[in-house]
Structures are given as C-alpha cells and as structure tokens.
Design a protein around this ligand. Structure first.
Ligand code: ADP
Length: 321
C-alpha cells in the first residue's frame, strides 16, 4: 500500500502499435507505446509530482508486463493493476492517413481491460484519494462496466471528487444508443467533466456551448464542465460562471493525448487550489483552464501520448511568455 495517493484513475490499458510514419509502400515498421486515456492523465499528473494509482487489468503476457513497467517508469503506483491468466492484453493498431490523421483498430477478443471485476475494486485506495478519474472505454463491456460503477459508488460514499472524460470511441460500442445511455449514467457521478464539442452535441443534441453545457449541468449535476476546442482553447461552465479561454499558439507535431494532458493539467490545478470544484470563483476557473490549455498545447508539440506529456517547468515557461 502506498502512503499518500492523491489521484486514482480506472480504465483501459493497452498497447498502441503506431506506424513509424505514413507509407503507401507498407514498410511495416511500428512503434509500440502504452495507451489508454486514463493512464495518460496520470502520467501528466506524475510529471507535476502528484502521486497517482491506476486500477485496471492486463493479460499475464509479455504485453501486460510491458504496460506495468511503462506505468512504473512514470512513477504510477501499479498495486491495483491486475493480471488475467485467462485473457490477453488489449491491443490497438493505429492507422495513419497521408495527412497524419489517425483511426484505431482494436484487438479485444475480449481484452483483459474489460475483464475487470467488481471484487477487484479496492475501496480503501479510492477512499484515500482526493480525485477519482475515469473514462468510458471500461463502460463498453461487462464485467468492467459494473466494476467501474462499483468504484464510482465507493468514490461517492467517501466524498472523493470524481472526474470524467467520456472519450467516445464509436467503433468500440455495439450501439450508439447504448453508448449514450452508459455515458449519461457515468455523468450522474461526475463533479468534473471534460467533453469535446462533438461529444457535447452527441449527448445533448445542442450545438451551442452555453446551452449544451447548461443541459449537462442542470440534468446531471456536474459542478464543472469543460469543452475542449483544439487550438481555440476551451469553454468552461461552473454553477455560477461560464466563458471561453483562448488556446496557446504552438507548432503542432501530433495531437495525440492533448485532451488527456488538458485533464491532467486541470486536475493538478484543482489539487493545488485545495477546494471542492463546486465552490470555485471565476478567477480560479480561469487559472485552471489557462494552465490546462498550456499543458494540452505542449502535448501537441511532441509525438505520442505518454511521451508527449510536458514537465512542470515547460508549462510554467509557456505561461510566462
Ligand atoms: P481531444 O484531444 O480530447 O480531442 P482537444 O483536441 O480539444 O481535445 O485538445 C485538448 C486541449 O489541448 C485544447 O483545449 C487545447 O487547450 C489544447 N490543444 C489541442 N490542440 C491544440 C493546438 N493545435 N494548438 C494549441 N492547443 C491545442
């Protein structure tokens, strides 16, 4: 058991096989990297010296051990990363098109990440966290969906702040209706939610940032809603304030992980302010999103997910310029 754990995240953990570059000649060279949004968020926090823990499941195979080592190299506690002897680690194959845009093919047949069980959830670990973060890939299949809701029940019971990035990946759901139902069910637990504009429209049917975020807040009770807008920064809404903050201008290399970096940056600032997000002043909200925009922007200046998470010094330097 670790002494002080401030943020716990639960979710998928898989290996991304990414082509070393676009080639229509099929050169067959791939880079392998640990993947999964909740783990990226923890790496962003780890880079700011926040102690974190990961809850999830991988196969007891070479891939699973590679992933555990990857988290540990990033100073994430893996005591609650479990190994399955029956099911293999989930793999994701990235397809790059000539413009550098990516799509994913998942090998999950099923994958160990969705075999997380209710009884695998460590209540004590969640109880001693200040923030519990989760995504939606663990909600796509059972038993991981039930296990995720068990973890959310523990977080609520112990008044742990809950952060949610639905991170909708349509091909992973068997139906869009089920995706919407499950994501909305997850929203009911969230104190902090980060959405993309597309997700906001999908969930609320509303194109307008003001109206859409108001629906999320009034119907699901989320204290703070962030809608990230790529290079344009982010829209934020708390119970008493809303507004837009501009993004930072950077030379973009690869946008993978920008949203996770944003979440990591936002959670870091929430911890630093040491307040529940339902009592934030406007200046504090702006401080959070400005910092998060800087972390997100810096993550686009390097390749990959985990390797692109910036250091605190890089973020501070960007905020001073
Ligand atoms: P996601 O990766 O979840 O789709 P975004 O692409 O909106 O999320 O990126 C998250 C955040 O990262 C944005 O709110 C912004 O602060 C920053 N960001 C993303 N793309 C850029 C960019 N091209 N230039 C500057 N900042 C960016």
């Amino acid at each position: 058991m670790i002494d002080v754990n401030r943020v716990t995240a639960l979710g998928e953990l898989l290996i991304d096989f990414t082509p070393s570059g676009y080639s229509d000649k099929g050169h067959g060279l791939f880079e392998t990297n640990p993947g999964g949004a909740p783990a990226n968020v923890l790496v962003a926090l780890s880079n700011f010296d926040i102690q974190t823990s990961f809850i999830g499941k991988v196969g007891n195979d070479q891939f699973g051990h590679f992933l555990k080592n990857g988290l540990e190299q990033n100073k994430i506690d893996t005591t609650n990363l479990l190994f399955s002897d029956q099911v293999n680690t989930t793999l994701a194959f990235v397809h790059l098109d000539p413009t550098g845009d990516r799509s994913f093919h998942f090998y999950r047949n099923p994958g160990a990440d969705i075999m997380l069980m209710e009884e695998d959830i460590n209540e004590e670990l969640i109880q001693q966290s200040e923030i519990f973060h989760f995504g939606s890939l663990s909600l796509t299949h059972e038993p991981a969906a039930t296990a995720t809701f068990k973890a959310l029940e523990y977080a609520k019971k112990h008044n742990v702040m809950i952060s949610y990035d639905p991170n909708l990946r349509i091909p992973l759901w068997d139906s869009l209706d089920r995706a919407k139902d499950m994501i909305l069910k997850g929203l009911k637990y969230a104190d902090i939610v980060k959405l993309s504009k597309e997700e906001l429209v999908f969930l609320t049917g509303n194109e307008e940032l003001e109206k859409g975020t108001e629906i999320i807040q009034s119907q699901y009770g989320c204290s703070v809603v962030f809608v990230t807008l790529g290079p344009e920064g982010c829209f934020y809404r708390s119970k008493s304030h809303s507004g837009k903050t501009s993004g930072f201008h950077v030379e973009v290399v690869d946008t993978t992980g920008a949203g996770d970096a944003f979440v990591g940056g936002a959670l870091y600032k929430v911890l630093e302010l040491n307040k529940h997000v339902n009592v934030l002043h406007r200046t504090e909200l702006i401080e959070i999103v400005t910092f998060a925009n800087a972390v997100g922007a810096l993550a686009t200046t390097k390749k990959g997910g985990i390797p692109s998470m910036p250091s605190k010094e890089e973020v501070e330097k960007m905020l001073l310029t």
